[in-house]
Design a protein around this ligand. Structure first.
Ligand SMILES: [Ca+2]
Ligand SMILES: [Ca+2]
Length: 89
């Protein structure tokens, strides 16, 4: 059964417990949120198809910084906040 960790973060239960399907702000899927995610974030907003082709294993919903289900310019400020804070809370 799939649950929710928060309004935008789904929980995928495994035998090891609940793992998140969204790691907000991590656009290159290295487990960290830092400057290396900027290019992926810009690509996710401007060209989602190219993003999915380049980052096949990544969840594009990681770019949904404000958790409204859309990936657009309104996610820029939350993404910058994640960068400044070395991760999203
Ligand atoms: Ca990253
Ligand atoms: Ca959004």
């Amino acid at each position: 059964m799939v649950g929710w960790l928060s309004q935008y973060n789904r929980c995928w239960p495994t035998r090891y417990g609940c793992i998140s399907t969204v790691n907000r702000g991590d656009l290159n899927c290295d487990g960290l949120v830092n400057a290396y995610d900027i290019d992926g974030f810009v690509l996710a907003i401007t060209d989602p198809i190219a993003y999915s082709a380049l980052f096949r294993e990544c969840n594009i919903n990681n770019a949904d910084g404000n958790g409204d289900g859309w990936i657009n310019s309104f996610d820029i400020d939350p993404f910058v906040a994640c960068l400044v804070n070395n991760g999203c809370s």
